[in-house]
Design a protein around this ligand. Structure first.
Ligand code: ZN
Length: 243
């Protein structure tokens, strides 16, 4: 099947009742956004998500984003605006949503734990940038990650890269935290993984309640980090870091 035919078969039907609003549970989807309902561990992707190649995705998004700008009343003939649709489309596919595509997952090489280091290793203050899947505006903050080696160790920068890979998707912070935790468990071949994240959500800062001071904290504890003592050691270490 040609790529354009696939797309025609998969585009949501925009006509019909409701203009995309659903009243099934007495809620608009729009209103459900902030409640973080129906969040699954996996990013909700269609099975045919990668049948279109990146170039065609960019071409199509450019076309549709141009349309959005036009509807907003912007003059696309203006020098400053002309290149924006293409720029946004490339940014979506190649940068800020590149983590949707498994081909962009960092390859992880494990090394033998020659040092016989048996304690927790903490990678602190990992900066991440993501985007809220309910409003498509930024979420950004810090992640602190810890693991205990099961006999293998990982190149430290790979931990940052894995955090960034999962961040480069439309996200909610809860799912992002779990995906990083599970991704690390898988990569490190151990259950003993902890993740702690604090982030600002621009959808809370710049719209809605417009609270610029609040931040959101989420955590993930696997294996031995379920134990109170180990968890306390981890939390104490990252608190000293943040202070
Ligand atoms: Zn949001």
């Amino acid at each position: 099947m040609k790529q354009k035919e696939i797309l025609l078969n998969t585009l949501p039907k925009l006509n019909g009742n409701g203009n995309g609003h659903c009243h099934a549970n007495g809620h608009h989807h729009e209103e459900m956004g902030d409640a973080h309902l129906s969040t699954s561990a996996n990013t909700p992707l269609r099975e045919d998500a990668f049948l279109l190649d990146d170039d065609l995705k960019i071409e199509l998004i450019e076309k549709h984003f141009r349309e959005i700008m036009h509807i907003l009343g912007l003059d696309l003939a203006d020098d400053s605006l002309q290149g924006t649709p293409r720029r946004v489309a490339k940014m979506f596919v190649k940068e800020i949503f590149s983590g949707l595509d498994p081909k962009n997952k960092p390859s992880i090489t494990l090394f033998d734990n020659h040092y016989q280091y048996q304690q927790m290793l903490i990678e602190k203050n990992i900066t991440f940038h993501s985007n809220c899947e309910h409003h498509f505006v930024p979420i950004f903050g810090k992640a602190h990650v810890a693991y205990i080696s099961s006999g293998k160790v990982i190149g430290l920068s790979k931990i940052n890269r894995l955090v960034q890979y999962y961040a480069k998707r439309p996200q909610v912070q809860e799912r992002l935290t779990n995906q990083i935790g599970q991704g690390l468990m898988e990569a490190l071949q151990t259950q003993d993984v902890a993740v702690w994240m604090e982030a600002k959500h621009m959808c809370v800062c710049m719209r809605g309640v417009e609270d610029v001071n609040s931040s959101t904290i989420t955590s993930f504890y696997g294996g031995r980090f379920e134990e109170e003592k180990l968890r306390a050691e981890f939390l104490q270490a990252i608190a000293m870091v943040s202070a």
